[in-house]
Write a protein that binds this ligand. Structure first.
Ligand SMILES: Cc1cc2nc3c(=O)[nH]c(=O)nc-3n(C[C@H](O)[C@H](O)[C@H](O)COP(=O)(O)OP(=O)(O)OC[C@H]3O[C@@H](n4cnc5c(N)ncnc54)[C@H](O)[C@@H]3O)c2cc1C
Length: 392
């Protein structure tokens, strides 16, 4: 039987956290232990998102947790980050669901929406009564969303939207889609629209055959002459900067989440190495090459914890820049993926079985490396920041 997870803290990073921060972390950890860990491998096998957790997560204040007012928990950036860390220790797909609802849907309504839009959506989204998705990526516009083809045309007091979005988390279960489109009458400026998913002309079809994020819904969206009232435009959105601001929120959560996935893999590999015996009836943990892997992992996890904690402190102080978040996302997801691969190796053949969480994390992290700005795009963002030269 698996030993209960006690956290991974080599360098007393816990001592850098406040009581409130530890409380958020521990409460989320308990929820995940009791509600997600027991079902996640089966969900992953079946390619099923655990919808039964939507409302309970709402009751715990997980959605829009770092927003102020409108029924949101008003957590600090570090508290929010510790929450996403624990969610992703459970599963990247479930963390993705919470990130999309929070950073990619509630955040733009909070930041760019009218008071009426905020009142209508945020309290219900905080409870999980209304679900959102974020439509930016298109079949031919991924790393370069500025090349999107989706268009909005003003027609009287309505907008008519046409286009296609691809790889949209929660697309087919969402009640409202935040759709980014170029507005024809405004020099093709990119703006955000709230599109209720039951509007005529809106269609969401799930993408099947994913070997990653299997416990998360991923869909393609088609918008054919979808008509929305002008009051559905997010009035304060304008330009590519607006969706990029949303992505910054979500990337920040991912950088914490990746630490959670890495902790899960490392913890599993350590326990296994202490129990599994090969050669002279000795645990494999006694072999130097296995210890080297464990030492590498705990060192990298510790560095990643300190990196994202500092980014979180900067965010709480209002001093964080997008390149700081890029560094944390790039490093921490890479680190988690390497930990997942090494941990898989430590478990030998058992590492490929879903009796253990490692292979699921490994597959999930391949998506996490790609979405919200690929690893290489974040390299270019950091490069641009230090040289002043864009190399995209
Ligand atoms: C499971 C999943 C869920 C997702 N959820 C959402 C969602 O909810 N909403 C949403 O809008 N999107 C979502 N995405 C899409 C995701 O954000 C994109 O996949 C991502 O932005 C990369 O785009 P792409 O896949 O088109 O790859 P591409 O942009 O085609 O990139 C392919 C490769 O080329 C490299 N590359 C591209 N340009 C350059 C360059 N200038 N220099 C060097 N290398 C370059 C990339 O780094 C990458 O390695 C999701 C994706 C996945 C897999």
């Amino acid at each position: 039987m698996a030993i209960k997870f006690k956290g991974v803290d080599f360098l007393e990073v816990d001592s850098l956290l406040s009581d409130d921060e530890r409380l958020v972390r521990d409460n989320t950890r308990l929820f995940i232990e009791e509600n997600l860990i027991p079902i996640i491998e089966q969900c992953n096998r079946e390619g099923r998102f655990p919808r039964e957790l939507i409302r309970p997560m709402g009751e715990l204040g997980f959605y829009g947790a770092s927003l102020q007012g409108y029924g949101c928990a008003g957590m600090s950036a570090v508290e929010y980050g510790l929450m996403t860390q624990e969610l992703e220790r459970g599963d990247s797909g479930v963390r993705s669901f919470v990130s999309v609802q929070s950073g990619l849907c509630m955040y733009p309504i909070h930041a760019f929406g009218s008071e009426e839009q905020k009142q209508r959506y945020l309290p219900k989204m905080a409870k999980g009564e209304i679900l959102g998705c974020f439509g930016l990526t298109e079949p031919d516009a991924g790393s370069n969303p500025g090349s999107m083809r989706t268009r909005a045309r003003k027609d009287g007091n309505t907008y008519v939207l046409n286009g296609e979005k691809m790889w949209i988390t929660s697309g087919s279960i969402a009640d409202v889609a935040v759709v980014w489109a170029k507005v024809e009458d405004e020099d093709d400026t990119i703006r955000g629209f709230l599109v209720e998913t039951d509007r005529p002309g809106f269609k969401a079809d799930d993408i099947h055959g994913k070997w990653s994020l299997r416990a998360s819904v991923t869909s393609g969206l088609a918008l054919q002459d979808v008509r929305v009232p002008e009051s559905n435009l997010l009035p304060k959105s304008g330009g590519l900067k607006s969706p990029l601001m949303c992505l910054n929120q979500a990337r920040y959560g991912i950088a914490w989440g990746a630490v959670g996935a890495a902790m899960s893999c490392y913890d599993c590999a350590l326990q296994y190495a202490l129990l599994r015996k090969q050669f002279r009836d000795q645990p494999i943990a006694s072999h130097q090459l296995v210890q080297e892997k464990l030492a590498w992992m705990i060192s990298e996890i510790t560095k990643a914890q300190l990196l994202i904690l500092q980014v979180g402190r900067l965010k709480d102080a209002g001093k964080v820049d997008h390149q700081h978040i890029s560094m944390a996302k790039r490093n921490n997801v890479w680190m988690a993926l390497e930990c997942a691969r090494m941990s898989r190796d430590v478990l030998g053949a058992n590492g490929v079985s879903d009796d253990y969480p490692i292979m699921r994390h490994l597959m999930n992290l391949e998506s996490v490396k790609t979405y919200e700005g690929t690893h290489d795009i974040h390299t270019l963002i950091i490069g641009s920041s230090v040289t002043g030269i864009d190399a995209f």
